[in-house]
Design a protein around this ligand. Sequence first.
Ligand code: ZN
Length: 471
Amino acid sequence: MQVTFWGAVGTVTGAMFELRMNGSRFLLDCGLYQGHRREAQERNTHFPFPVGALTGVVLSHAHIDHSGNLPTLVKNGYLGPIYATPATADLCKVMLLDSAHLHEKDAAFLNKRRQRRKALLPEAEDGPVQPLYTTDDAEATIPLFRPAPMHTPTELDGDLYYESSEAGHILGSSAITLVHQTGQKKVRLAFSGDVGRPNLPIVRDPEKLPPVDYLIMESTYGGRLHKDVGTVTAKLANVVNRTCRRGGKLIVPSFAVGRTQQLVLLLHELNDAGQIPGIPIFVDSPLAVEATEVFRRHPECFDDETRQFLLEGKDPFGFARLRYVRSVEESKALNDLHGPLVIISAAGMCEAGRILHHLRNNIEDPRNTILITGFQAENTLGRKLVDKLPEVPIFGELMRLRAEVETLNELSGHADQRELLEWMKPVAGGLKKLFLVHGEPAQTQALAEAVRERYGLEAVIPTRGQSFELD
Ligand SMILES: [Zn+2]
């Protein structure tokens, strides 16, 4: 078996690894590469292997940096199977359509801008920008999914099987173990996908891997130590109560899939325990509304606490104080409401979506609070808020940041250094090679050093296009 690293090397986006054996080719993940526009467009449009030669794709989880380039594969003629857990397959239906819609909107915006420029400089621009893929491409991808439950050995190709186990990262997220058997010889390779953390709301804790010879492991927070998840409830209660006392609004930018559902459950628990006042709470994001429906359909992915909630006849994703907002009119009507109230809206890094309107309407009022609940990449509006810049641009206009900004990093969906080391412990002794991927160079390097110190193992940090023989 041979593995080639095509994405998520030296970066956290665009996860894609190619496996070759006996004339068959498989992909592990097919993520969207995110970076500077031109480079991203080039990288996402052209696959570095013949798409027609692919036998199958195995997907670790639904996040766009792992699944988001599947429609381009299909656009290029791929008609083979896409293996994933049932919850991942269902989440992908919602997320890939949403992603296609964003690509179409993005292309339309660029074309409009080009047209305006062309009126001034007729020779300046070339042809119209095409979206990376369209809603039709995303729709053509959906029927290719082959849902397979976790812990079920699934045949990929003659001698090659895979089995998924809980990664504890988002609903349906899995680590993938592949076994290639030829005669008496067995080669076992595991891919971590994204490793979650113990005690996160809703999802189960990451499971132990079966023994393997080779491991491809993520390193997003390979050099960091997170705060304990246990403190998150008290911190959330504090920020709600503080904002309520001021009569303000709590504006929560949140990733529509995963983080929003966790926040809803935490607020529900706080409400039931009487630790926050009975104020109105709105989830204003059509994607979050649809993703929540997928969560409801997959209780098999829930942890014991969430199952207990269900057994008590309670709905983890809804309660009397909570309203899901779908239509634009309803969303606009939120502007006229007076605090105290909570609005949870996407996108999580404040780069697009309805959250921008809520920030514009509330950022200059010191009674309000902006609660940041996830990782904010450099140069995003979310990052500027975390850094508490005195003025931030919203819709091209500089606005004064007068609202309080609070951050809640405890809900991070990625294991930190200690948790990654702990997760790989059962297999560390038997590894022939450990590949570290999916991290900024400093994080990956820090993890490699920690692995060397703890397990005496020399990790490989592959570069893009590098291949390794696994035998
Ligand atoms: Zn992920």
